[in-house]
Design a protein around this ligand. Structure first.
Ligand code: FES
Length: 112
C-alpha cells in the first residue's frame, strides 16, 4: 500500500494527514477521494496551476512531467524544484509526503 502524507495546511489538513493512495492514479484524484478538497479549477486537464503541490518525499517515484505541465508550473505561486501539478503526477511505488502551497494563483489574484 502506498500512502500520501499531507503536511499541515490551514484549510485542507490543519494537523496534517496521511491517506492511503491508489497507484497509477493522480495525486489530485487520490486527495479528493480521501476528502482533501484540493483545488482543481481546470478539472485536471493540465490547464491551470491551482492543483500545484510540492513533493517533499518520493518525488522520483512519480511519472515524468510533460512539457505542458512544466510550462504551466512556471506560472504557479511558490514554485519549487519539487513542484508538480497534482492532477498530472501519478502515484508510484513509494510513499509520498506533499505540501499544498498556502496560495494558488486564484487566491493571489484576489489579493489575499
Ligand atoms: S487541476 Fe488544473 S492543472 Fe491540475
Amino acid at each position: 500500500m502506498t500512502t500520501i502524507t499531507i503536511l499541515p495546511h490551514p484549510e485542507y489538513a490543519p494537523e496534517g494527514k496521511t491517506i492511503e493512495a491508489q497507484r497509477g492514479l493522480s495525486i489530485c484524484k487520490n486527495l479528493l477521494a480521501a476528502g482533501v478538497e484540493i483545488e482543481h479549477a481546470c478539472e485536471m486537464v493540465c490547464a491551470c496551476t491551482t492543483c500545484h503541490i510540492i513533493v517533499r518525499k518520493g518525488f522520483d517515484s512519480l511519472n515524468e512531467p510533460t512539457d505542458m505541465e512544466e510550462d504551466m508550473l512556471d506560472k504557479a505561486w511558490g514554485l519549487s524544484a519539487q513542484s508538480r501539478l497534482s492532477c498530472q503526477a501519478k502515484v508510484g511505488a513509494e510513499d509520498l509526503t506533499i505540501e499544498i502551497p498556502k496560495y494558488t494563483i486564484n487566491h493571489a489574484k484576489e489579493g489575499h
